[in-house]
Write a protein that binds this ligand. Structure first.
Ligand SMILES: *[C@@H]1O[C@H](CO)[C@@H](O)[C@H](O)[C@H]1NC(C)=O
Ligand SMILES: *[C@@H]1O[C@H](CO)[C@@H](O)[C@H](O)[C@H]1NC(C)=O
Ligand SMILES: *[C@@H]1O[C@H](CO)[C@@H](O)[C@H](O)[C@H]1NC(C)=O
Length: 544
């Protein structure tokens, strides 16, 4: 977390039982979950992360915070460990990014303190009572044993784990001057860091659901520089690999992990192959006030190009990119975050990168001196008993499944017309019903021809505009102006067609998610308009 912290057949139904059970059930009909923990360990094949059978495994993770002063993974005062692990799985995540501080691995006297004594020393008396109630078998374990229990519990639910070294000192992260930012900072001794990484890698070498290690979160601060990055990051990578050759080794960039552009000029050379992954963080506040203040089409176009230049290019160079932090305040009241997130969804679907949402945590035991701080970015609510924002979860469920993979056959290539605002795709349900939004796995395969015609693959049907305010149609006369669709605006996310020589419309949805065409929004430099209902992305699909 960065510096400015503060249907048709997809039916997502959430059933919550009351205390003491914590049951979340998501029924995904019409699609198959392809992300079971199977055939580990993972490795890389070009830009894809694959399992032992060579099949793509898309990391769809959520961050679980275990690096604060309390060290223990958050939430064990609210729910039993196994229930939290199960909820991760039930929400459709296949992986947890579990954060940890170096001292947990290198300071034995710290690691061996019991949770009861540790929380007691922090004055968290009520929290101990609550942990005792929800997790009686954990409260008297040592901090390091409890950390292992969390990993084990996730494994039992077939959830993979990425161990993320977040800080050296247990504390909230990250500020430019918190002494944990870059090699040589007050609390960032490279030798101690390497020792901690080795110990952690070794500790989990027999634990198959630990599939990756992120070497350090959000490098930053006045000392950061490229030569030292190349001096130390490969050493950390080699140390992890020597201790545990099974894990993916994940390297972060500079400036709070927003910048990997320097890799373009100087590749990373390591002794091992097919295990290296790069990670990127991308929040709305990574771009200052741009999202709220600029025309949304311009902002999305400009920031997307920026992300591609700073990290996205790695995919083209054949490296997996793990967007290991993104997220929004799930109260959903920020205009800027809303625009950012829809733009994020468009790029996430197109690039089909691996990712980890910030965060699972509904509330913290203790964060920055505040007891029981609510986490508005948390997918669970402050009691860890409900999903904080069901609409949001439904939306990201669209990118939990892969669109593409390494084993693609040309004949299977097609596209879906993805709608980032809803996380749904344009569907033809039957010939008598209008086109509407529905779950992407149910979408026909579309083709986008060089003549700008959008047709359903293997049929004569193409998409036609039928005038402003009217439903878009499927027809078989595919040569008129109203069958040509251009991607317009700076975001290139609006599909526009002409309904006469001098009049264009854009694909849009109505309040019932029926596909219509309306006047194109936010084409001129208006900063207060919201075009996102008209944002569509033509996403390549090779898996189905
Ligand atoms: C190790 O942890 C103990 C217990 O928290 C603490 O007293 C000590 O200062 C720590 N040592 C180092 C080197 O951080
Ligand atoms: C959930 O988030 C969306 C934006 O993604 C927002 O419009 C909505 O109001 C939020 N719902 C709740 C209950 O906070
Ligand atoms: C389109 O052009 C025609 C012919 O030039 C003109 O009569 C008509 O008013 C124009 N319509 C619009 C909406 O500008």
């Amino acid at each position: 977390m960065g510096r400015y912290s503060f249907s048709y057949t997809l039916v997502i139904t959430t059933i919550f039982s009351t205390f003491p059970l914590f049951i979340t059930t998501i029924f995904l009909c019409g699609s198959t979950l392809q992300n079971k923990v199977e055939s580990l360990p993972l490795s890389t094949n070009g830009r894809w992360i694959v399992n032992e059978d060579g099949k793509r495994v898309k990391l769809a993770c959520v961050s679980w915070v275990s690096h604060l002063e309390t060290i223990l993974a958050q939430g064990l005062n609210k729910k039993p460990l196994d229930d939290i692990s199960k909820s991760v799985k039930d929400m459709g995540f296949n992986c947890v990014r579990l954060t940890w501080p170096i001292l947990l691995a290198t300071n034995d006297s710290l690691a061996s303190i019991t949770i009861r004594d540790h929380f007691s020393s922090l004055g968290l008396v009520q929290t101990i009572i609550d942990i005792q109630k929800n997790n009686p078998s954990i409260v008297d374990l040592s901090l390091i044993k409890a950390f292992q229990e969390v990993v084990k519990s996730l494994g039992e639910k077939e959830v993979m784990v990425i161990l993320d070294n977040h800080v050296t000192q247990p504390q909230w992260c990250c500020g430019n001057n918190d002494g944990n930012g870059f090699f040589g900072d007050k609390y960032f001794d490279p030798d101690l860091w390497i020792k901690g990484l080795s110990k952690m890698a070794d500790m989990f070498k027999e634990v198959s659901n630990v599939v990756g290690m992120s070497l350090r979160n959000e490098l930053r601060g006045p000392k950061q520089n490229v030569p030292d990055w190349y001096r130390y990051m490969p050493k950390g990578a080699e140390a992890v690999h020597a201790a545990n050759p099974n894990v993916l080794v994940i390297l972060s960039g500079l400036s709070f992990d927003t910048d990997l552009a320097f890799i373009q000029n100087q590749p990373v050379t390591l002794s091992f192959k097919r295990k290296l992954v790069f990670e990127l963080h991308w929040y709305s506040f990574s771009d200052g006030n741009t999202w709220a203040s600029m025309n949304p089409n311009q902002a999305c176009g400009q920031i997307t190009r920026n992300v591609m230049r700073k990290a996205g290019f790695l995919l083209d160079q054949g490296w997996p990119l793990f967007v290991s932090e993104f997220g929004i305040d799930l109260r959903g009241t920020s205009v800027g975050e809303h625009r950012y997130f829809n733009c994020f969804m468009a790029l996430a679907s197109e690039l089909d990168f691996d990712w980890a949402l910030w965060t699972l945590v509904g509330s913290y035991y203790l964060r920055e001196g505040v007891v029981e701080m609510n986490e508005y970015y948390g997918i669970l609510d402050s009691d860890w008993s409900q999903i904080r924002n069901q609409t949001f979860l439904q939306k990201i469920s669209a990118i939990q499944l892969p669109f593409q993979g390494p084993d693609s056959q040309e004949s299977k290539h097609n596209k879906v017309i993805f709608h980032p605002l809803t996380g749904l795709c344009v569907l033809r349900k039957s010939l008598s019903e209008p086109l509407s939004l529905g779950p992407c796995p149910n979408s026909d395969g579309w083709e986008y021809t060089p003549q700008n015609i959008l047709s359903i693959k293997g049929t004569y049907f193409c998409l036609q505009a039928d005038g402003e305010g009217n439903e878009a149609k499927l027809g078989t006369t595919c040569s008129n102006l109203n069958t040509k669709w251009e991607l317009i605006s700076d975001s290139k996310l609006q599909l526009s067609s002409k309904i006469s020589d001098n009049s264009s419309v854009c694909l849009d949805i109505d309040s019932n998610n029926i596909i219509v065409t309306n006047a194109c929004k936010c084409i001129s430099i208006d900063n207060n308009c919201d075009p996102e209902s008209q944002w569509f992305k033509l996403v390549d699909r090779t898996m189905s």
